[in-house]
Design a protein. Structure first.
Lengths: 392, 434
């Protein structure tokens, strides 16, 4: 049993931290990205609201993508260290054996083979996941860059590359998330709960099941021993500066990625805010700006002035026209005939022949106390007519 | 009657009392009926107001001008012919001009013609309460409340001495002539906008072709509760819906060969997604993402193939993009799919990327799924069954699942090949028997 309880170190602390950071960034990117892809669904809308709106969601998504890229750079440096300084085997590189293993494992599952294939430090399940991740990172970074910097992209590529990038970005996201659910969750959570990414250790049984070949090598002492310290020191002196320069260059790329172009978003105010003046009344205004010229009175003025003044020669016509609409057949004072006019109304005579000052027809109108009015020359004619005895 | 005979006297009294109360209540309800615009036709008779002839005897005479202290001049002539054709023809002047009951008229303190008009601000409310209430919600009332006296009141749009009854068809829609007329009313104060509108595809449709499918001002901005983009973002953010009301209506759009996918494709795009989300989550937030009218024109909307402004013309589209993206180059407008859903001929790259993933995703996930299912089958069906069939092989008992599988696996892999062979045979036998 002591052999069974033996554990095998699989992941160093740095690798475990890297994995936790990856969990956080991947989940953040997946959540903030998928709610943008399915922005009209009610679940997305509530998540976006909880995150503080779509602008904030986008900012979080972009921040997470930067963390993701920086982490990728760290990962490259770490691999470089393992391969150059420690001279470890490139155990994650896929090969023909992995295809074979996958096929044989499948046959084993179906009961067509008796044994599981013996697999090395990284088996085909892990390699598939790792390289899918690498592929996803490269594709997401490229398509993400195109969407983040559409104007720069359109200088090099046809414009439709940007919506195409959006399609690829979204589809790849769905693929990645579902692959995590189907492949990753099954293999490390459902099948058996593989805690090595958190504890760093695998049990002997787990080694046998998934890394039988590596176990064999360990037990046969085939794993090369770590290089002597002085060799390590020498290689480190070479590797660290090279890695520093390389990672600085890569970090500069990330910086350019973020700041490549100043998008219109922050620089241009909404078009509608530049609207013209709304209130511009039509000119000329419908209201008269100066009094229209008075319409000339349509009586045969000359005729009246020539002959002697009488009711029938024009005075009656003036009075009828000016007063008739009220002082007609409505009762009270009627001015629609000579007899009625001379008879007067309830308050007495309207016209007193020969006495202008006693004739209210003239005085009321002349003093402005009556709504209806005569034109000045009309009033003159009426005054003259009364002075002349108001003949019929 | 037969029943009431049998009622005791007290109940009979109660019954009669109830009947009386019911009649009174009915009467009160009848009296309280809201005044409608039609009910006031008899007002002049009811209140014994003077006949209009007295007023018209002066006010029908041409050339009468009222001068205000600030120098404004207004015509106070009422033409009996036009007044007689107006909706108010049967009303006494005094229904509205309540302060004028004789001659000379009481002194009016208005300093300007505008002040004079504004004195009648609440007059229409008496007979047209619902329209007056709608007006309260309008941008016009808001501007008025902010202290701008130029904001219109009822009389500015509906000249009370001339406004005839508005003609509507059976469905209650304005007749095409009224529809066109309504735009001209707005044009009285919004003349520059009107001039732009009159040249637009909508304006010519309404004003020239008298086409009822085409919007006049009121169809987008509302009739009395007029709203616009000033003061707050609500109008702007919800404006795509205004356009979509017609532009997603298959019945109308099919007549003109226009696409009804315009809203859907807009919302699917970055601009539309953002606008829609802001409308739902933060409707008061002013944002710079374009709505329909930022690209297609606010009032000067042209046909898409209009050489001067139509967005189907590539230069025009680029110029439109450059309004917000000043650095945009020739390729850039293609990033916007022009409301099309990509297909083999239009935006083929987008189409093929989409097609690729349509097969790529199921293939990859299907492959993964197939393996996972086979693994589940092996572990949870085959191995378990074997465990039940050969319990003796698990020398550790069933204490820990891990350990039990562990030992089982050992027994599977370590023992001599013959044993393995026999186990396998057993298993296969089992399967065959089922």
């Amino acid at each position: 049993m002591s052999k069974d309880q033996k554990t095998y170190t699989r992941f160093e602390v740095a690798q475990r931290i890297e994995h936790i950071v990856l969990i956080v960034t991947f989940t953040t990117l997946a959540v903030t990205g998928l709610v943008q892809k399915f922005a009209q669904s009610s679940i997305s809308i509530s998540i976006i609201a909880a995150l503080g709106g779509i602008e904030m969601t986008r900012i979080i998504h972009r921040a997470a993508s930067v963390v993701f890229l920086v982490q990728a750079i760290y990962h490259l440096v770490a691999i470089g260290y393992k391969l150059y300084v420690e001279r470890k085997q490139a155990s994650m590189l896929p090969g023909f054996k992995d295809l074979q293993d996958a096929f044989q494992h499948f046959l084993y599952n179906l009961g067509l083979r008796n044994e599981r294939p013996k697999m090395d430090r990284y088996n085909f399940v892990e390699k598939a996941e790792y390289w899918a991740m690498v592929w996803g990172l490269v594709l997401m970074a490229l398509t993400g860059f195109m969407m983040w910097n559409p104007i720069a992209t359109a200088r090099l590529l046809p414009g439709q590359a940007i919506p195409a990038a959006k399609v690829a970005h979204g589809a790849e996201a769905i693929l990645a998330v579902l692959a995590i659910f189907i492949w990753h969750f099954y293999h490390v959570h459902l099948k058996t709960f593989n805690k090595s990414m958190f504890t760093g250790k695998l049990s002997r049984h787990e080694m046998e099941e998934e890394h039988a070949l590596e176990l064999e090598k360990i037990e046969k002492g085939l794993i090369p021993p770590p290089p002597p310290p002085e060799v390590l020191q020498r290689r480190k002196r070479i590797y660290y500066p090279v890695a520093a320069v390389l990672s600085l260059i890569l970090l500069f790329f990330v910086y350019r990625f973020v700041t490549f172009e100043e998008t219109a978003i922050t620089t241009v105010s909404p078009v509608s805010a530049r609207a013209e003046d709304v209130f511009v009344p039509q000119t000329p205004t419908p209201l008269p700006t100066r009094p229209p010229t008075p319409t000339p009175f349509p009586t045969q003025e000359g005729q009246i002035l020539d002959g002697p003044l009488s009711w029938n020669s024009g005075i009656g016509q003036i009075i009828n026209q000016r007063c008739g609409s009220c002082h007609g057949a409505m009762g009270g004072l009627a001015l629609n005939s000579y007899e009625a006019a001379m008879r007067g109304g309830r308050s007495g005579a309207a016209i007193v022949a020969g006495d202008v000052e006693a004739s209210p027809l003239v005085t009321l109108v002349r003093d402005g106390k009556h709504p209806g009015k005569f034109e000045p020359q009309e009033l003159d004619l009426i005054v003259r007519w009364i002075q002349e005895g108001a003949p019929e | 009657m037969a029943n009431s005979h049998r009622l005791p006297p007290i109940l009979r009294v109660v019954t009669i009392a109830f009947a009386l109360i019911a009649i009174i209540l009915l009467g009160v309800a009848f009296l309280n009926q809201p005044q409608s615009a039609l009910a006031e036709a008899s007002l002049s008779e009811k209140f014994q107001l003077p006949n209009n002839a007295a007023c018209l005897s002066c006010h029908m005479v041409e050339g009468q001008i009222k001068e205000f202290p600030n120098g404004d001049l207004i015509s106070v002539v009422i033409a009996p012919e036009t007044y007689g054709l107006s909706a108010h023809a049967t009303l006494s002047c005094q229904v509205c001009h309540t302060n004028i009951s004789g001659y000379p008229h009481p002194e009016n303190l208005a300093q300007s013609s505008r002040e004079y008009t504004l004195q009648y601000q609440n007059t229409c409310n008496q007979c047209h309460p619902s329209q007056a209430t709608e007006l309260m919600d309008s941008v016009h009332s808001r501007v008025m409340a902010e202290g701008n006296p130029n904001a219109p009141i009822c009389a500015d749009c509906h000249n009370p001495h001339q406004q005839p009854n508005i003609e509507k068809d059976e469905q209650g829609r304005l007749t095409t002539v009224e529809h066109a007329q309504s735009a001209m009313v707005c044009g009285q104060c919004h003349s520059t906008i009107y001039d732009e509108y009159a040249k637009s595809v909508h304006g010519t449709g309404v004003l020239v072709n008298k086409n009822p499918d085409v919007p006049s001002c009121i169809d987008c901005h509302g009739v009395h509760n007029v709203s616009g983009p000033s003061g707050g973002a609500v109008f702007r953010l919800s404006s795509p819906q205004i356009c979509a009301d017609c532009h997603t209506n298959e019945q109308i759009m099919s007549k003109y060969g226009l696409s009804t996918q315009v809203l859907q494709t807009y919302i699917a795009d970055f601009h539309g997604t953002t606008v829609t989300l802001f409308e739902k989550l933060d409707p008061d937030q002013q944002i710079n993402m374009p709505v329909c009218y930022d690209c297609h024109g606010v009032h000067d909307i042209r046909r898409s193939d209009d050489p001067e402004k139509g967005l189907h013309v590539k230069q025009n589209l680029l110029a439109t993009c450059q309004k917000c993206h000043p650095d945009a180059t020739e390729n850039f407008p293609d990033a916007w799919l022009s409301h099309y859903i990509p297909d083999r001929n239009r935006y083929p790259l987008v189409y093929w990327v989409n097609e690729f993933y349509k097969y790529f995703i199921p293939t990859v996930l299907g492959g993964m799924g197939l393996f996972v299912v086979s693994d589940i089958y092996r572990r949870w069906v085959v191995d378990r069954r074997r465990k039940r069939t050969f319990p003796a092989e698990t020398d550790e008992g069933q204490e820990g699942k891990l350990e039990s599988t562990n030992t089982e696996d050992q027994s599977e892999e370590k023992p001599a090949e013959e044993q393995n062979q026999s186990m396998d045979d057993n298993r296969q036998d089992e399967e065959n028997s089922q």
